[in-house]
Design a protein around this ligand. Structure first.
Ligand code: SF4
Length: 402
């Protein structure tokens, strides 16, 4: 992989490594991707084999060499080889931005960015490398029943590759697991067995149980049912019997059970999975860190959120109102884009927000959660915050804790 930039005065720069050089090996180890590069470049003394010369250099252990490569992974992204019955990507309408349709299942991205992987496209060598490099991984387990996993992932290797999970766990590599729960498939007794199998391993640091997301675009896909309130109560009660197992906030909301306290979540290992997010936001708002100085001076503020978190956000807004004298109005936005069974705020589109808030009194600011936006500041329907501001005639503030 070609070097595209060398930081001035970095170890690479000082030893004569240049843009367009190609790193072939470090200390005799072939470099095939970013993990090899990061792992072998941590040493103090390096012998770097380039395409046309060899460079020897010394630096501090773990000091960055100061080079960037053509692509982040220094390799192609690995896509998934499954056809899961619950795949959200299969349930998206056509015409959204291309990146939303990419089905990645790449162990490198699991280590570097926390993506969840199914292990179905790993080789024995990949697993050995995970263990050798002590790479923590996030695994989409779904079930530890091999036949059921095969059926749910529609991949004949899905059951067999559970052995990789147990091998990694036995090697004491830190793991976080997720179970996407599908009614009548991996819930009930199957879930109980899965949790029993997984919690045996202390290296499995957390297990999130999240409900399947079902959009209105499921034509031709396996028929799946939505969870009822009683189903959600059963799931929450079951997860609470196990250490390190957490039901997603969505289950608590559907079950109408109180969101557990801060200490229950044990530093929120599954925050990005929608586990404990509400509790964390409540804590942040209650200690006053939720509003910046500009917002504190406002008289009227509106908040747009999804159906699921509406009651919690409303209660929070009421508390804040009493504390700050700001008048809050919380709006419940229905997800017409994906269908009303999708209730989380993070999957709301700008179009739904605009359509449902047009003509409403929104005050000086409209607050939205940052989880509605990608890293380019775009909603799922490619509209931006500026588009929402223009359409609704209000200043939008994107909030982390909402
Ligand atoms: S692993 Fe399953 S859920 Fe994930 S992208 Fe692939 S098919 Fe979809």
């Amino acid at each position: 992989m070609k070097i595209v930039s060398v930081q001035k005065n970095s170890p690479a720069d000082l030893s004569g490594i240049c843009v367009d050089d190609v790193v072939l090996a470090i200390n005799g180890h072939n470099i095939s991707d970013v993990l090899d590069y990061r792992f072998y470049s941590t040493a103090e003394k390096l012998t770097i084999t380039l395409q046309n010369r060899t460079i020897k250099l010394e630096k501090d252990a773990y000091q960055d060499l100061g080079i960037t490569f053509e692509t982040y992974l220094m390799d192609e992204k690995k896509n998934c080889r499954n056809n899961c019955i619950f795949c959200f990507i299969d349930q998206m309408p056509k015409g959204l931005r291309d990146t939303l349709y990419f089905k990645d299942d790449d162990a490198r991205l699991s280590f570097l960015q926390g993506n969840y992987i199914t292990l179905t496209n790993l080789s024995d060598r990949d697993v050995e490398r995970i263990i050798k490099m002590n790479l923590s991984v996030n695994v989409s387990v779904h079930t530890t029943n091999p036949e059921l996993r095969h059926a749910m992932l529609n991949n004949r290797f899905a059951g067999k590759t559970l052995s990789y999970l147990f091998k990694i766990a036995r090697a004491k590599i830190a793991l976080n697991c997720q179970i996407v729960l599908c009614k009548g498939w991996n819930d009930g007794k199957e879930l109980l067995n899965t949790l029993r199998d997984l919690t045996v391993y202390k290296s499995i640091e957390s297990i999130a149980v999240v409900p399947v997301g079902l959009t209105k675009f499921r034509e031709g896909l396996t028929s799946l049912d939505v969870f009822t309130k009683q189903d959600a109560i059963d799931v929450v009660k079951l997860t609470q019997k196990f250490d390190r197992v957490y039901a997603a906030d969505e289950f608590y909301l559907l079950a109408e059970l109180p969101i557990p306290e801060d200490n229950y979540y044990n530093n929120y290992p599954q925050y990005e999975n929608g586990v404990g997010m509400l509790r964390y936001h409540i804590e942040q708002f209650e200690d006053g860190t939720g509003l910046d100085d500009e917002l504190c001076k406002a008289k009227n503020i509106s908040i747009a959120t999804g159906v699921a978190a509406y009651d919690t956000i409303s209660a929070l807004a009421l508390k804040l109102q009493r504390k700050t004298k700001i008048n809050f109005t919380v709006f419940k936005i229905k997800n017409r884009f994906f269908g009303e069974t999708i209730t989380v705020a993070g999957l709301l589109t700008a179009t739904d927000i605009i359509d449902q808030l047009k003509g409403k009194q929104l005050g000086e600011y409209l607050l939205l959660t940052k989880y509605m936006l990608n890293s380019d500041g775009l909603f799922l329907d490619n509209l931006s915050v500026a588009d929402v501001e223009q359409e609704l005639g209000v200043k939008v503030k994107v909030q982390e804790f909402l």
